[in-house]
Design a protein around this ligand. Sequence first.
Ligand code: NAD
Length: 487
Amino acid sequence: MDRFQHYVDGAFEDGAAGLESLDPATGQAWAVMPMASAADVGRAVAAARRAFVSGPWPLLTASARGKLLMRLADLVQAAAPRLAALETRDTGKIIRETSAQIAYVAEYYRYYAGLADKIEGAHLPIDKPDMEVWLRREPVGVVAAIVPWNSQLFLSAVKLGPALAAGCTVVLKASEDGPAPLLEFARLVHESGFPPGVVNILTGGAEAGAALTSHPAVAHIAFTGGPGTARHILRASAENLARTSLELGGKSPFIVFADADLASAANAQVSGIFAATGQSCVAGSRLIVERSVKAEFLARLKAKAEAIRIGPPDLMTTEVGPLCTARQRARIAGLIARSLAAGARLVTGGEVPEGAGFYFPPTILDCSDAPDAPCLAEEFFGPVLSVAAFDTEAEALQMANDTAYGLASGVFTRSLTRAHRMIRGIRAGVVWVNTYRAVSPMAPFGGHGLSGHGREGGLAAALDYTTVKTVWLRTSDDPIPDPFVMR
Ligand code: NAD
């Protein structure tokens, strides 16, 4: 079996324990992943802290940091096929998607490489004639980055890129499920020439996560995962009062008006819910469709869902592969059962197939007559679409916002004025109009409510990893006047 290692303080090492990783396509163990103990995490944070305060890293210019990030981007691009194959093997995500996504991950590092020397301070036109006052943008310190099992390379790039560009150091905890691509990525970080301790990569579960997020030397926690874990993290951050950015789940509305290009909307909906086997935080998992076209649109979706090629994730022809874990599949099947009991109607899919691997078919649940079915409120994180129907635009908007989440949303209409009204009214961090699932390093991304807070991507994400230092410099040689009067 393959064996993977942690990367701490510039060296590769075994974890305190090992965990067999299952190939989701077969259910068989294929590799042993290290599992970090609290002590392993402590050493990694200590290394990150040392690298932040002393050694070559704080002395590097911003341009030099950018060059390191650029080298990392080039190495990621060159290694994309190898990293994609590993992610496919360890998580079951189809090779068609991992190949394209990881090649694009390099662009995130490139974007932040270019941004490193554009994080500027400011000079203030201060209201005192004998003072010069300016603001320095300084890195906040050690960043704890925690990612879930889907898209680990992508979700860590949106944390590492801006944090390193800003001059922070990082301890990145991969998920205990599917960590192989990140542990392999550590080799590229090493090869790029980052000083020891600047980037540390471990894997582990809740114990390692809790040790990391409560560590007194951690200044910022950048987390992607579920809202339940986020609550643990916020409690842990009461120890170190670290800043947090939380990218959590979603129950994103996908709204189709009768005047939309239905063929195009159907393709976007298929991509929005069945790509990545639905294991995507932005999955357009709540179809809200105008009643007059509901039957036609559902017929299109059903035909498309049933034509999807389900199979081994490492074949380029496969369109839906297995779920990442058996646990995830059982959770999805349980939520479908509860939804059917609450009145939802199965349009297609829904049955756990026979055979090896953690497969689950593309599934559509019609909840038009079951507005309280749990499938309209709870995140599946799998290939399951819940459908509701509306009659008026006001109703569509009300249904779209009837969620505790607020991550992404999609609106399909040919009416420009209606599109603008919906853009204004929808409470979500992202609105896609006549498209879905588009991302870019330049575009901020994040949510409201149970979907978390903070934004990843874009310039603002790099500023989030900085703190402002205000400098006052007196330019007068005269003695300081009355010491008892505030100036
Ligand atoms: P999860 O919350 O169970 O785990 C996420 C990470 O947190 C893992 O690395 C896990 O080991 C770690 N963790 C677990 N307990 C911890 C603790 N007590 N302290 C610190 N860390 C701890 O999430 P999951 O089930 O692996 O992933 C699915 C969730 O992630 C879904 O809700 C999905 O929507 C969300 N997600 C969000 C985004 C986004 O950008 N908004 C992207 C992808 C996934």
